[in-house]
Write a protein that binds this ligand. Sequence first.
Ligand SMILES: *Cc1c(COP(=O)(O)O)cnc(C)c1O
Length: 307
Amino acid sequence: MDKFILTALKPAIYQPLHDPLISEKGLEVIVKRLDLLHPDVQGNKFYKLHYNLEAAKKSGLSQVLTFGGAYSNHIHATALAASANGLKAIGVIRGELVTPLNPTLEDARNQGMELYPMSREEYRQKDSATILKSLKDKFGEFYLIPEGGTNALAIKGTQEILEDKDLTMDFVTCPIGTGGTFAGLLASARFKQKLIGFSSLKGDFIISEVDQLLRKYGTQPNCAYEIQTAYHFGGYAKQKPTLISFIQEIKTKANLPLEPVYTGKMVFGLFDLIQKDYFPRGSKILVLHTGGLQGIRGYEQRLGIKF
Ligand SMILES: *Cc1c(COP(=O)(O)O)cnc(C)c1O
């Protein structure tokens, strides 16, 4: 990751998670704090963007364009990473731009991202040739990063998340959105490890989606894996009071900040699986904190709560 102007904090921070339930079940749980890798470009987005920005710069294009919702971690990370690399960023935002801008979009604009609202109807067609052409007509040539940032170069980047010492852990857990990060982990984990993904979306479709990603990008899983689909709390970006109080509790008891879209659901699911004796005694579990904490500000504003 050396040519990238963004430099990761090295070495990564590992935080042991202590809880009576974890000790009672004879487990060791360690959180890898990818959220602390870089002050602005948090977590898995750092890895997903790395080779894409490198490719954008190599191609000689001066700008990148991508898509996302109004609270998107991907939009936020792209704005900051592009600006740090001297690239202009255009963010096509689903729906209207509500003013004053929420903290996510305000940060993005402050980093120089041009925010371009697109109606939900058009947004659904955003990958069509017609919409792409209209965007090129409007903005000129750009390096395209898909919504959520998942493409071949993103998966190449996320294969670097696991370092040598992580490969001795029995289980690795990660939240899933598009599945791009999970696909990279699958390609880099060891044969003896088991990877557990926690989907933040409702439905089982994510299982075949991950299969498709693996096929599309020629990625061979090296290890056993399972995708948990029971911890979506109503669906993407939805939450319930039990999830919110769980996040508040973990922050107070374990000094671990989580957010409600991805990492909160994963750690909630993890505790549920521990409770249900999913993990054999003596197992070592590595929990990947994929970041996303920037989104908390918007949640606190909208829900009138504190995490
Ligand atoms: C984007 C994101 C994910 C999901 O990553 P995918 O590669 O889309 O599966 C997980 N956690 C956080 C905090 C994210 O911002």
